[in-house]
Ligand binder design. Structure first.
Ligand SMILES: NC(=O)c1ccc[n+]([C@@H]2O[C@H](COP(=O)([O-])OP(=O)(O)OC[C@H]3O[C@@H](n4cnc5c(N)ncnc54)[C@H](O)[C@@H]3O)[C@@H](O)[C@H]2O)c1
Length: 329
């Protein structure tokens, strides 16, 4: 503790897009210190470590033994969370694991059981829980003014370049629709109970999408759609609507109201998820990090429980099982 502010030594595992952002958020945080970065790819870890002035490792066991971090952030690909997360948990430290917790229920349960056995914290980074716009919708639902949710519609869209980077290890269901799944389950307190239709569409153009419709255990209907379809440079787009018995709450991300015009191009920078202001990461990613660190230090419950994270994995696995897969040439 320094001046009443807890500071924890954080090890970031996975130095790709998200690990790089987490490492940067930690680097500029008041509550955490970046003690090291790990990636199997020596070139990648070298770049992030050099940029942020922290030691880089390709061997996680060595990093855990030498650095003795207080907590770890696991930002490896969707299906590669269990091994590094379990190694960190076995070392006796709490972990923040990127979403989805895992891409199989067995992997998810094994991490949860291990964390319980070793008595350390395990939080899944469902970042949308820290979007003020989603929280405003959650507050409207919880107030009761909308009545019970009857139908939820959500969508999450990213650029095609995202698919180029991650499609070897994941698809739009596990990578993007997992946000929508967690959101509708969080907002209703239910889980996906019935699937009326689900489809995974892949196109030779590189665009890919997932869509599903069905019913939650509360009786509310849902329709969700997600994918990487936007042209490069376009800002992410999402949309959330909760139709209740007596009202509707909605939030959208079509632009954050900031536009930068340069010859031949208009940029709409992110001011919500992980905006960088004056060299420091702000927004939901910063709020998520502060929440994880403060809750771990003070032994307080995390905003996303392990049951909720496992339920998201279970529902995604159900949707995957019910999906028809189509390829568009
Ligand atoms: N919350 C969000 O909005 C959000 C956004 C993007 C990504 N993510 C999540 O973050 C995670 C990482 O995604 P990304 O886009 O950064 O992927 P990425 O492919 O850019 O990076 C993954 C990195 O992990 C490394 N890696 C793989 N296996 C490893 C291992 N066992 N040990 C150490 N390093 C290993 C790879 O070499 C790569 O550098 C995914 O789970 C993804 O769903 C979340």
């Amino acid at each position: 503790m320094e001046g009443g502010t807890p500071t924890m030594r954080v090890l970031v595992v996975g130095a790709g897009l998200m690990g790089g952002l987490h490492a940067k958020a930690v680097k500029h945080s008041d509550t955490a210190t970046l003690c090291g970065v790990v990636d199997l790819d020596i070139a990648r870890v070298g770049v992030v470590a050099a940029d942020l002035g922290a030691p880089g490792f390709t061997d996680l066991s060595r990093a855990l033994a030498e650095l003795k971090p207080d907590v770890a952030i696991i930002a490896t690909p969707d299906s590669a969370h269990r091994v590094p997360a379990s190694m960190a948990i076995e070392a006796g430290i709490s972990v923040l694991v990127e979403k989805p917790l895992a891409t199989t229920v067995d992997d998810a349960m094994s991490m949860v059981e291990l964390a319980e056995r070793r008595r350390v914290g395990l939080m899944t980074a469902h970042l949308t829980r820290f979007y003020p716009r989603y929280l405003a919708v959650a507050d409207a639902v919880e107030s009761g003014d909308l009545g019970a949710p009857v139908m939820l519609t959500t969508s999450t869209w990213g650029p095609r370049g995202l698919g180029e980077r991650v499609s070897a290890t994941t698809n739009p269901l596990w990578h993007l629709a997992i946000h929508d799944i967690d959101t509708i389950q969080w907002l209703t307190g239910g889980v996906i109970a019935e699937v009326d239709g689900a489809q995974l569409i892949e196109s030779a153009s590189g665009a890919a999408a997932f869509a599903a419709t069905g019913v939650l255990s509360t009786g509310a209907g849902f329709h969700l759609a997600a994918g990487w379809t936007l042209p490069e440079g376009a800002a992410p787009r999402w949309d959330l609507k909760v139709h209740g018995e007596s009202g509707v709450a909605q939030a959208a991300w079509s632009s954050d109201g900031v536009a930068v015009y340069t010859p031949g191009r208009v940029d709409n920078p992110d001011c919500l998820a992980w905006p960088e202001a004056r060299g420091s990461i702000q927004g939901a990613l910063r709020a998520e990090l502060d929440h994880f660190i403060n809750s771990t230090v003070n032994d307080r419950p995390y905003a996303i429980t392990t049951d909720e994270a496992v339920d998201a994995v279970r529902s995604a696995a159900l949707l995957e099982k019910c999906s028809s897969i189509r390829r568009v040439s």
